[in-house]
Design a protein around this ligand. Structure first.
Ligand SMILES: NC(=O)c1ccc[n+]([C@@H]2O[C@H](COP(=O)([O-])OP(=O)(O)OC[C@H]3O[C@@H](n4cnc5c(N)ncnc54)[C@H](OP(=O)(O)O)[C@@H]3O)[C@@H](O)[C@H]2O)c1
Length: 301
């Protein structure tokens, strides 16, 4: 089969499109023909070596976390899926024509959701939902600021926090304020505008997807009892006494993903797809994503 292999740490020249053996499903696993995967920031963070300390890799390795596709074979003991089923999930090694994954991490693609679209959401949708539901855990009426609200994780976090009855403030760049009005947040704040920041109410929680100086400026706005949930690990600024920091690392959750996928299909959860590219263009796709693109890049084998 064709796949993208990452040969080592470095630039996009470490990515090579070529032939590798098709994997075989072990007990409890299924073989999936990949219809779509997508580029995530973690893909190029891993490639650059920025995640070396957290994650050991044996090169060469096939990158990629998202999949939507079709089951073509099942391993011993799998009863949840049959060949022909359309599935999606948060997996590994998805920059490929085929992958194997535990049946436990996959869910069906909801009816009427195109698999080519479904393949962009597993990681970002689960992360945004888990940032709110496992990190912030909002009570109805609480004020929750989501940073990077126009990003794919941020959009999901805004959507899910709103579903839980929070008063959501979408934190974006000044240049993104007009676009952010369509997010469905109760209000929008420009995180790079000190006047805007001065007008913020006391926050019950921050759901952070950007970190750095931006987050440092927001921490004084948190209530004494406030929570900081983050998808970027415990930030240095959180050493400040009294802050309840809740790092969130995404986990497969097929049932939750199925419901998010239905909302995505129905246009309630909006995650724009900026580009669709062939898997063989993975170098260009990562380069484009790294420079910043407004939405997801789908990769289609
Ligand atoms: N913990 C986990 O398990 C986990 C899982 C998935 C993702 N993540 C991390 O979560 C982050 C977001 O991922 P994503 O897929 O949502 O990326 P994304 O779609 O690129 O979104 C990032 C958003 O944040 C905005 N942004 C960046 N810096 C900002 C700042 N200082 N002020 C205001 N807005 C800012 C970006 O705007 P511009 O485009 O203008 O820069 C963009 O809208 C990434 O760092 C990713 O690695 C963590």
């Amino acid at each position: 089969m064709k796949a993208v292999l990452m040969k080592g740490y470095g630039g996009v020249d470490q990515l090579e499109y070529g032939d590798v053996p098709t994997p075989e499903p072990k007990a409890g696993e299924v073989l999936v023909r990949v219809i779509a995967t997508s580029v995530n920031p973690v893909d190029y963070k891993i490639r650059s070596g920025a995640m070396k300390e957290r994650m050991h890799l044996d090169f060469p390795v096939v990158p990629g976390r998202d999949v939507a596709g079709e089951v073509t074979a099942v391993g011993a003991g799998v009863t949840k899926f049959r060949p022909g089923d359309r599935v999606m999930g948060l997996v590994n090694h998805s920059y490929a024509e085929y992958l194997t994954a535990s049946a436990d991490v996959l869910t069906r693609i909801p009816e009427r959701l195109d698999p080519r679209d479904a393949g962009v959401i597993p990681l970002v949708a689960l992360t945004g939902a888990q940032l709110i539901e496992n990190g912030v855990k909002p009570v109805s009426g609480e004020v929750v600021l989501v940073t990077g609200a126009l990003g794919s994780v941020g959009r999901t976090a805004v959507y899910v926090a709103t579903q839980h009855g929070a008063k959501v403030i979408g934190g974006v760049r000044s240049s993104q304020k007009a676009e952010a009005e369509s997010l469905g947040a109760d209000s929008v704040v420009a995180l790079d505008d000190d006047k805007d920041l001065a007008g913020l109410p006391e926050l019950d929680a921050i759901a952070d997807t950007v970190n750095g100086d931006t987050l440092a400026k927001l921490i004084p706005k948190l209530k004494q009892s406030g929570r900081l949930a983050t998808v970027l690990g415990k930030p240095d600024v959180a050493e400040k006494a009294g802050i309840d920091v809740r790092p969130v690392w995404s986990q497969p959750d097929p049932e939750r993903l199925y419901r998010l996928a239905e909302d995505f299909r129905d246009g309630k959860l909006k995650i724009p797809i900026a580009k669709r590219m062939h898997l063989s263009d993975a170098r260009e796709a990562q380069q484009t994503a790294e420079k910043g693109v407004n939405g997801k890049i789908a990769l289609l084998p």
